[in-house]
Ligand binder design. Structure first.
Ligand code: ZN
Length: 340
C-alpha cells in the first residue's frame, strides 16, 4: 500500500489525533444545531424550509462569493445572529468541540469568535456572552477527556479602536478561564489602521495571550499590512498570510521570527482569494519549501463544507503535499497552539 492510500485510510478511521487552530465559531456549528437553536429562541428567519436554511449558512459553487466582505455580510450575518445570546452560545460551543472530536478526532481545538458580534448591538451583556462560551467548552471537556480546547476572542477591522480595546480587555479578564488568545479579522476597511494596534498586540503578548492576526489573505493592501504586522507586532501566528509567497524578504522574516501561518485551503478556494488549485499548489509549495511553519485548518468546517480529513485528502490528491509533509504540518499545529 502506498503512503497516500494509507493516510486516507487512517484519517477515515480517525485513529490519528488532530489539531485545529483556525476555526470561526460562526462557521463551525452544524446547520441542524443552528436551526434548532434559532427555533428555541424564536428567531425570525427568512425561510421556514430547513434545506433553504442550510444553503443560507453554507457556501456552495453558485454562491459566487468573492472575498471576506461578502462572506461577512451574507453567511456570517445569519450564523452570528443565531448565536447571539448566552442560551445559544453554550450549546454552539459544546456541540462544535464534541462533534469535531467524535467525527474527526480533533483533540486540540482552538475556537475563535467575536463576542461583540453576538450581543445584539449591546442589548446582551458581553460577560454573559463570553461566560456562556466558556460553559459550553467546559461541558465538552468534561465529556471528552482527551480534548484540549481554548477560545480566541476576535477584534474586527470594521470596529473603532475603542470597541476593539474592550474586546482585548475581556480577553485578559477571561485569560485564566479558557481564553487562550486574541485575533483580528474582518474585511479591509478604509478607517482601519493596523499601526494603531501595535501597542495593544505587543502588550497582549507580554501578558501571555496568544496573538494571531488575519492578514495577507486578499488584496494589495493586505500585502503591505502583513509586512507591518510581521515587523512591528511579531504575532505568534498569522491567519492565512499566504500573500507573503512572492516576497523573499518577508518569508525570511517569517522564518527568523518563527511565525506560523494558518492556511485554510478550501476556504481560500471558496471565497476565491486563490483562484484555482494550480495557483494554490505554487503558493503553498513556495512557502513550504522555504521552510515557513505552515498549519492546515478549515476556517469553519460547516460553512465551508469541509473538515480536517477532507483538507488533508484534498492536499494529497492534488499533490500539493505528500503524506509525510502533512504529518509535519500537523505537528506544526500541535507546536503552535496557544493552549498551555
Ligand atoms: Zn479566518
Amino acid at each position: 500500500m502506498n503512503a497516500t492510500a494509507e493516510l486516507h485510510i487512517h484519517y477515515h478511521h480517525s485513529h490519528i489525533p488532530l489539531a485545529e487552530l483556525h476555526t470561526h465559531l460562526g462557521g463551525a456549528v452544524d446547520p441542524a444545531i443552528l436551526w434548532t437553536i434559532a427555533h428555541d429562541q424564536g428567531i425570525r428567519l427568512p425561510t421556514k424550509d430547513y434545506w433553504e436554511f442550510e444553503r443560507m449558512v453554507t457556501i456552495s459553487e453558485h454562491d459566487r462569493i468573492r472575498g471576506m466582505k461578502v462572506l461577512d455580510n451574507t453567511k456570517y450575518h445569519w450564523t452570528e445572529l443565531i448565536q447571539s445570546s448566552p442560551l445559544a452560545l453554550e450549546p454552539a460551543v459544546h456541540e462544535t468541540l464534541g462533534g469535531a472530536y467524535r467525527a474527526n478526532h480533533i483533540v486540540l481545538h482552538e475556537l475563535r469568535f467575536n463576542p461583540m458580534k453576538r450581543n445584539r448591538s449591546g442589548e446582551q451583556d458581553l460577560d454573559h456572552i463570553i461566560m456562556a462560551t466558556i460553559r459550553g467548552m467546559e461541558k465538552a471537556l468534561l465529556e471528552y477527556e482527551e480534548i484540549r480546547a481554548g477560545l480566541l476572542i476576535m477584534l474586527d477591522r470594521t470596529f473603532p479602536f475603542r470597541l476593539n480595546e474592550i474586546l482585548y480587555q475581556k480577553a485578559l479578564k477571561y485569560q485564566k478561564r479558557g481564553v487562550a488568545g486574541i485575533d483580528l479579522a474582518g474585511p479591509p476597511s478604509k478607517a482601519f489602521q493596523m499601526k494603531e494596534y501595535v501597542d495593544l498586540f505587543r502588550e497582549a503578548k507580554q501578558k501571555g495571550l496568544g496573538v494571531t492576526i488575519h492578514t495577507g489573505e486578499e488584496g494589495e493592501e493586505q500585502s503591505k499590512e502583513m509586512k507591518l504586522v510581521v515587523d512591528k507586532i511579531e504575532p505568534h501566528r498569522i491567519g492565512h498570510g499566504f500573500l507573503a509567497w512572492k516576497d523573499k524578504k518577508l518569508i525570511r522574516k517569517l522564518l527568523d521570527k518563527r511565525i506560523a501561518l494558518e492556511l485554510c485551503p478550501t476556504s481560500n478556494l471558496n471565497i476565491k482569494v486563490i483562484p484555482n488549485v494550480k495557483e494554490m499548489r505554487e503558493i503553498y509549495r513556495t512557502l513550504f519549501d522555504a521552510g515557513v511553519l505552515l498549519t492546515i485548518n478549515t476556517d469553519g468546517p460547516e460553512m465551508h463544507g469541509t473538515n480536517l480529513w477532507k483538507e488533508f485528502n484534498f492536499l494529497l490528491d492534488e499533490q500539493i503535499f505528500t503524506a509525510k509533509e502533512i504529518e509535519t504540518l500537523q505537528k506544526n499545529a500541535f507546536d503552535a497552539t496557544f493552549i498551555k
